[in-house]
Design a protein around this ligand. Structure first.
Ligand SMILES: Cc1cc2nc3c(=O)[nH]c(=O)nc-3n(C[C@H](O)[C@H](O)[C@H](O)COP(=O)(O)OP(=O)(O)OC[C@H]3O[C@@H](n4cnc5c(N)ncnc54)[C@H](O)[C@@H]3O)c2cc1C
Length: 79
C-alpha cells in the first residue's frame, strides 16, 4: 500500500504543470514546484520577458523613491 502511494506520488511529479504569469508570484511558484520535485514545469506569460510588473519592457519614466539616503531611480530610461 505504502509503495503504491509512493509510486503514485512519483508519477504525479512527472505530470506537466503550467504556471501562468512570469511575475514574482509565477517565478516563485515555478521555483517552489521545481524544488518540490516536479520535473515538467513551464511558465507561460504574455510578456516578452520575465518579471511581470518589473519586466524589461515596462518603463516607468521618472519613477523614483525618496525613502532612502540615496535617490533610487526605477525608470528603465535612467539605468
Ligand atoms: C512602481 C511599483 C513599485 C512597487 N513597489 C513595491 C514594494 O516596494 N514592495 C512590494 O512588496 N511590492 C511593490 N510593488 C508591487 C509588486 O511589484 C507587485 O505586487 C508584484 O510584482 C506583483 O507580482 P505578480 O506576479 O503578482 O504580478 P505581475 O508582476 O503583474 O505578473 C503577472 C504576470 O502574469 C502575466 N499574465 C497576466 N495575464 C495573463 C494572461 N491572460 N495570459 C498569460 N500571462 C498573463 C503577465 O504577463 C505577467 O507576467 C510595486 C509595484 C510597482 C508597479
Amino acid at each position: 500500500m505504502v509503495s503504491h502511494l509512493r509510486e503514485h506520488q512519483l508519477d504525479l511529479l512527472q505530470e506537466p504543470v503550467a504556471v501562468i504569469g512570469s511575475g514574482l508570484a509565477g517565478l516563485i511558484t515555478a521555483h517552489t514546484l521545481l524544488q518540490d520535485g516536479f520535473a515538467n514545469v513551464e511558465v507561460l506569460t504574455r510578456d516578452k520577458s520575465v518579471g511581470g510588473v518589473w519586466s524589461e519592457e515596462r518603463v516607468y519614466p521618472g519613477l523614483h523613491i525618496n525613502r532612502s539616503p540615496f535617490p533610487r531611480d526605477y525608470s528603465a530610461s535612467h539605468p
